[in-house]
Design a protein around this ligand. Structure first.
Ligand code: ADP
Ligand code: TRP
Length: 317
């Protein structure tokens, strides 16, 4: 029996933190044996907010390097850059002609941007439709995403249904996959770890930097257990040894923070070393992306041929 198809995109913005790792990145690595995986770097989506060409290009390379460093295996996973499959923009145009304005006006991301008084570009408004094209063009069965992207996968399902009703059944209805066990990883202040809260512990940083950050964790304590330190420590140590450690060192915040620092470093050092190796051979990385891009494009191009026929755009054959 052939494997189900899993597809997901990652926007190339900013450096990853341990919240991103445990909340999202690691999932792809965990699922790579079970599914036929298509993971791409959403550079076309990034254009809705990023207009610095150098920054965009280097972010794409950074993200690809990060994912290979954490264990995504290019022999198992098709890793590619969204813009290497230009067919998605053609498909999203066709979807646009089936999509109404009020329907897109209900999208959370668009509503939030409007509520903040931002000037919203057409790309941001149409973001869910490009995402629907990404998903549907590859016949994805499963789309693992964070809670914030759930509505977008529902938009992809609705769009598939609309197209299928209008022109004939050609698109699969994708399922959203939200990892239930992933709790929100707290940051150094106890709030959700997030780039926008400035409370992150980076996944790739040298030990000095990590030490400074760990030592700065806010130590609100409950019966002499520093709860923010503990909450982060849980990700790196099993429950039993963690309980023993915190029992033994009640009230000794410095010792507990040092223990956390050591456990983080033990965990991230091998990832960082692998990242450095990959970054030293950029031509290899580009080759991985190129090969991934051509495989993904081949599939997409086949699907587009059928779409064009159904829509009435193919007149020569
Ligand atoms: P940030 O909030 O730092 O900007 P993003 O919004 O770019 O992070 O999130 C990228 C992915 O990482 C998403 O799938 C999101 O659900 C996940 N993620 C981000 N922060 C956390 C966190 N603190 N705990 C668990 N998952 C997270
Ligand atoms: N919008 C997603 C995010 O911001 C990235 C993305 C683009 C995506 N296309 C996708 C995710 C298709 C899953 C499937 O995280």
């Amino acid at each position: 029996m052939s494997k189900k198809i899993l597809l997901s995109g990652v926007k190339p913005t900013g450096r990853p933190h341990i919240g991103n790792y445990f909340g999202a990145m690691k999932q792809f690595v965990d699922l790579q044996d079970e599914y036929e995986c298509y993971i791409f770097i959403a550079d076309l989506h990034a254009l809705t907010t990023l207009h610095d060409p150098k920054e965009l290009a280097s972010n794409v390379i950074d993200v690809a390097t990060d994912y290979l460093a954490i264990g995504l295996d290019p022999e198992k996973v098709i890793l590619f850059k969204q813009s290497d499959v230009p067919e998605v923009t053609e498909l999203s145009w066709i979807f646009n002609t089936l999509t109404t304005m009020p329907y897109l006006e209900r999208a959370h991301a668009y509503k939030d941007a409007m509520a903040k008084g931002r000037e919203v570009n057409v790309g941001t408004f149409d973001y869910p439709i490009l995402m629907a094209a990404d998903i549907l063009i590859q016949d994805a069965d499963m789309v693992p995403v964070g809670q914030d992207q759930k509505q977008h996968v529902e938009y992809a399902r609705d769009t598939a249904e609309k197209f299928n009703r209008t022109y004939g059944k050609i698109f699969k209805l994708p399922e959203v996959l939200i990892e239930k066990n992933v709790a929100v990883v707290p940051g150094t202040d106890g709030e959700k770890m997030s780039k926008s809260h400035d409370n992150t512990i980076p996944l790739f940083a040298d030990p000095d930097k990590i030490q400074k950050i760990v030592m700065s964790i806010v130590t609100d304590s409950v019966s002499d257990i520093p709860k923010n330190v503990y909450a982060i420590h849980r990700l790196f140590k099993d429950e039993k040894s963690l309980t023993a450690l915190y029992e033994e060192n009640r009230g000794k915040y410095k010792i507990l923070k040092e223990a956390l620092f050591n456990d983080i470093v033990d965990f991230v050092s091998p990832l960082g070393a692998r990242r450095a190796e990959l970054a030293a051979k950029p031509e290899k990385l580009l080759e991985v992306l190129k090969i991934g891009g051509s495989k993904a494009r081949e599939r997409a191009a086949r699907k587009m041929e059928s779409v064009r026929k159904l829509v009435g755009l193919s007149i020569y054959s």
